[in-house]
Design a protein around this ligand. Structure first.
Ligand SMILES: [Zn+2]
Length: 220
């Protein structure tokens, strides 16, 4: 960026001018707002709603929801957010159907998407387990960057939730995809409070927005 270099001195002069005034007794002008960098557009992104059809994923019968319903709702909201931001989206499933794990990777590979994000809800034997964690494949450096950016955006959006960190795993969808990939464990559906959190469409929307924000940082 050659222009950044040439304006460096001007920026310093401008900074002191604003701090101390123009030297002619005028009060300092209010600082001009820093322009936000242009939003990345025109990316091609795979969104993978975990589970589906006969594979319900984890179930919370007390709250009355299952994982496959939550992951689809978040994925559809994420698709809309990304399309509104000028991206193209390939869903590995767009309704309540069963799709093999290897097929999900194949769909993304054949479509030629740039990144792959899988949406899941966590679950544990103990109902007290809570928090957000994001996975990348052990051997993918770019996957780790993608996972980190999305995880940071999730934690920024949900600061009161437990941060379980970015982790690596040998999940099929992460291993078999040929592009940077990550898997977001949005919260624990096995915890009743977090299951109700995941069930709320407003929270699903907030999760979708946060994941899209993380992608934007990754592409920047
Ligand atoms: Zn899952």
């Amino acid at each position: 960026m050659p222009e950044a270099q040439s304006s460096w001195f001007d920026k310093i002069v401008d900074f002191f001018r604003r701090l101390f005034g123009g030297g002619d007794g005028k009060p300092p002008e209010p600082p001009t707002p820093t322009p936000t960098p242009p939003e990345e557009t025109g990316r091609f992104i795979a969104v993978d709603a975990g589970h589906g059809g006969t594979d319900t994923g984890a179930i919370n019968s007390t709250v009355g929801i299952n994982e496959k319903t939550v992951t689809l709702a978040i994925s559809q909201k994420l698709k809309t957010v990304l399309e509104n931001r000028g991206h193209r989206v390939r869903l590995t499933r767009s309704d309540d159907t069963f799709v093999e794990l290897t097929r999900r990777a194949e769909i993304a590979n054949n479509a030629g998407v740039e990144i792959f994000v899988s949406i899941h809800c966590n679950s544990a034997e103990t109902s007290t387990a809570v928090g957000i964690e994001t996975y990348h494949h052990t051997n993918s450096a770019n996957g780790r960057v993608l996972a980190t950016k999305i995880h940071e955006a999730m934690i920024a959006a949900f600061p009161t939730h437990t941060n379980r960190g970015v982790k690596s795993a040998n999940f099929v969808v992460l291993r078999e995809t040929q592009m940077p990939a990550c898997l977001v464990e949005t919260e624990f559906i096995s915890n009743n409070q977090q299951a109700r959190f995941l069930q709320d469409p407003a929270n699903q929307q907030k999760i979708a927005n946060a994941i899209a924000d993380g992608m934007a940082v990754y592409f920047r």
